[in-house]
Write a protein that binds this ligand. Structure first.
Ligand code: HEM
Length: 332
């Protein structure tokens, strides 16, 4: 084999071992402490609001963590998930946004920051800070967030339908959805661990996993039998149930811990997309390693890196985009 080709192959293997595919090494105009001069109290004020929000309703912590995923995967982390389409064709109206909560809470934090520092802190950054604080307030790590994003002005349901992976995704689909956003297998397996907190509706998974796996009218054979029996009790067959919710990690749904990896490793991950992490050598090894880990420290470090990577997706910085007064502005 020619030396050049060998070198390329070695580099590719190194990239896979390191967690995937080409990533931008720089923060693309973002910086930790971007508001240190213009609004030094921004992060403290946001945390204080989040504390109050989560104290009143603990289910809003997972909701606001998921919110960042949906903002960042659709046209980048630009706050466009907040925009309201007059004709019902915005990101909010798309199928993947179904069940998304947190719009009012992001607006509430924005109002607080507008009082303190008018037209300074973007909605996109508030979403990223709220997700970080949601993890922290669920006993997870508190990592430093990069800020300096500006807000986009476009919101299209089409983009959300295209770019948010559905829970029925297999491992090839998942890796593709992530690599399109410059995220690798490690980001995928680490960020999927966010499903260690939160709830979902029966309608999201009951078909795929309990009653009509692969369109064959049967239960998913890879799902743990005892767990499946419990889920069948909660989610009745043949009822398109948007009302009943089940915890995605039944052991500790309010605590950001390693339980997700125990669940997935023991075939009690809820979605096909969770179970699918066992179908790839690298993600499977990571699941096994975290399921056996005595402490969450390494996972928490990995999580901070992966969230930072997700927070860099297609950001608007410098003179691009805008800083809005209200996040949920109307667009056509
Ligand atoms: C890997 C691909 C992913 C898929 C297919 C996926 C899919 C889903 C689905 C279908 C729900 C349930 C929504 C509902 O029933 O209302 C959900 C909930 C959730 N997702 Fe994901 N997700 C993925 C990645 C992520 C990422 C990257 C994060 C955060 C960084 C995340 C955080 C959450 C959280 C915290 C919840 C619970 C929300 C709540 O309790 O309100 N997910 N996810």
């Amino acid at each position: 084999m020619a030396l050049g080709l060998l070198l390329v192959r070695l580099l590719m293997v190194a990239a896979v071992v390191a967690g995937g595919l080409p990533r931008r090494a720089d923060a693309g105009g973002l910086a930790v402490g971007f508001y240190n001069k213009s609004c030094p109290q921004a992060e403290d004020l946001a945390l204080a609001e989040m504390r109050d929000i989560v104290e009143k309703d603990k289910t809003l912590a997972p909701a606001l963590l998921r919110f960042m995923f949906h903002d960042c995967f659709v046209r980048g982390c630009d706050g466009s998930i907040m925009l309201v389409s007059r004709n019902g064709t915005g990101e909010r109206d798309a199928l993947p946004s179904h069940g998304l909560r947190g719009y009012g809470e992001i607006e509430r934090i924005k109002a607080k920051l507008e009082q303190a520092c008018p037209l300074t802190v973007s909605c996109a950054d508030i979403i990223v800070m709220a997700a970080r604080d949601a993890v922290y307030l669920s006993d997870g790590p508190r990592y430093a967030v990069e800020t300096g994003r500006r807000d986009g002005k476009v919101s299209a349901a089409f983009d959300a339908n295209n770019d948010v992976p559905p829970p029925s995704s297999n491992i090839v689909d998942l890796k593709t959805y992530f690599s399109v956003k410059s995220l690798g297998w490690k980001d995928l397996v680490v960020l999927s661990g966010s499903h260690t907190i939160g709830w979902t509706q029966c309608s999201t998974f009951a078909g795929d996993r309990l009653y009509n796996y692969s369109g064959r009218g049967v239960q998913d054979p890879s799902l743990n039998k005892k767990y499946a029996a419990d889920l069948r009790q909660a989610c009745e067959a043949g009822v398109p149930d948007d009302e009943t919710v089940v915890a995605m990690d039944p052991v500790s749904p309010y605590t950001f811990d390693l339980a997700y990896y125990h669940d997935v490793y023991n075939d009690t991950g809820l979605f096909l997309s969770d179970q699918a992490l066992l179908d790839d050598q690298w993600t499977r090894e990571y699941v096994a390693q975290m399921a056996a880990a005595a402490s969450p420290d390494e996972y928490f470090r990995d999580y901070a890196v992966a969230m930072t990577n997700m927070g860099r997706i297609e950001v608007l910085t410098g003179d691009s985009g805008e800083i809005r007064k209200v996040c949920g502005a109307y667009v056509d």
